[in-house]
Design a binder for this molecule. Structure first.
Ligand code: AMP
Length: 372
């Protein structure tokens, strides 16, 4: 089968690697250049989206910020999965919040802001402290403000007004500040037959709004809560493929922060830590194949490599370390690759992470320092 992926980044690349053993051939549509490229080499292998759509058996996406005209032609072909509705929900916080409410899934209290008057009403309704997020285009903590004091409202409004004016359909979503103990995420897949499988929850550490460390955790009660919220969201969208839910854990109660209608950075650990990785399961789902087991096979953490294009050889030499580069040009803060660290049990994993903290640069891998 031939799968066309909208987006030609590392997620399409890892789908291509995971699909090869199943004879699934992947090509990628580079949304910037509008070329059809090979997801591993980036070599141009075709021109024209219409042509690529015709040649594909299935079309899917690796990210949610896809121009709506591209989504619309893909939807018309009848080959696009999960669905344009799901992709649009992931790319617009207003739609995402409405979807969570409709599925009766707990999320932070919020209000949508288009005008200064809306902002004043949101301050009343949501309260201070408040987190303000652009409805469109924000990810990895970008396009966000914190209102901690009513005196700062005018300054923040000036910046938000500029943001709203810059894009025709832009708005701001104001959210109550959630005093969470930790952030966790659940990655899972729903098949064409409605079958749902989920991986163990991952605990995530972010640095400056960007994920830096994810560790698969074993917590039966939280897992149960997360799975039922996952199933409610996936069923409400009649979702097909891998979906990720990011949560705040507040004293053992989960609140959904975000949904990502795609394979997710906090699921990269599944490449070494689970029976079937998230990339293979996404392809299995959209191709109508049986879903693979999501069972944890060893204790695993994932460390993001941000803005670095080399690692000391000691990392490759270390038992349990698996390095995944994305073949990208170095840029400050850019996701360049990741390291999956595995061990037979959790204590051994912690020891390996502590050893890596002594090998890797402290400034480039701050989450490792927090552990040791
Ligand atoms: P997001 O882009 O929505 O994932 O936000 C980036 C990061 O900001 C999250 O990973 C949280 O650490 C933090 N954050 C987002 N929303 C809230 C909130 N309502 N309350 C507290 N912290 C938040």
């Amino acid at each position: 089968m031939h799968v066309l992926v909208l987006g030609a980044g590392q997620l399409a690349r890892m789908m291509s690697l995971a699909g090869a053993p199943l004879n699934l051939e992947i090509s990628a549509f580079d949304v910037g250049s509008k070329n059809i490229v090979h997801p591993l080499t980036q070599a141009v292998i075709g021109h024209g989206l219409e042509n690529a759509i015709e040649q594909a058996d299935v079309i899917t996406a690796e990210f949610e910020h896809i121009p709506h005209d591209v989504l619309d032609v893909c939807e018309k072909s009848g080959k696009f999965l999960p669905s344009t509705e799901a992709i649009k929900a992931g790319g617009d916080r207003r739609i995402e919040k409405a979807l969570l409410d409709a599925a009766k899934v707990k999320n932070a209290k919020y209000a949508v802001i288009n005008t200064r008057e809306d902002f004043d009403k949101a301050i009343e309704y949501v309260g201070i402290p408040m987190v303000l997020k652009s409805a469109l285009g924000g990810y990895d903590g970008k396009g966000q403000w914190r209102l901690k004091n009513a005196n700062d409202a005018d300054t923040i409004w000036a910046e938000m007004a500029e943001c709203i004016a810059a894009t025709e359909t832009q708005a701001i979503v104001a959210e109550e500040f959630v005093p969470f103990n930790r952030e966790v995420s659940l990655v899972g897949a729903r098949g064409k037959d409605g079958d749902v499988v989920v991986y163990p929850l991952a605990e995530n550490i972010h640095t400056n709004g960007v994920l830096s460390l994810s560790t698969a955790i074993d917590d039966a009660e939280l897992q149960e809560q997360a799975k039922s919220m996952f199933t409610a969201v996936a069923n409400s969208l009649d979702y097909v493929g891998v979906l990720a839910l990011e949560f705040f854990d507040v004293d053992g109660q989960l609140l959904v922060n975000e949904i990502a209608p795609r394979v997710h950075n906090s699921g990269h650990w599944t490449q070494q830590g689970a029976e079937t990785c998230q990339f293979e399961n996404h392809l299995r789902a959209v191709c109508g194949l049986p879903l693979g087991s999501t069972k944890l096979i060893r204790a695993t953490s994932m460390i993001n490599i941000l803005g670095e294009d080399s690692l000391p050889n000691e990392v490759l030499a270390m038992e349990g370390c698996h390095v995944h580069w994305y073949g990208k040009e170095k840029r400050a803060g850019r996701k360049m690759g990741h390291i999956n660290v595995t061990a037979d049990y959790s204590g051994e994993l912690q020891r390996r992470l502590a050893k890596l903290a002594t090998i890797l640069d402290k400034d480039a891998y701050p989450a490792l320092q927090e552990l040791s």
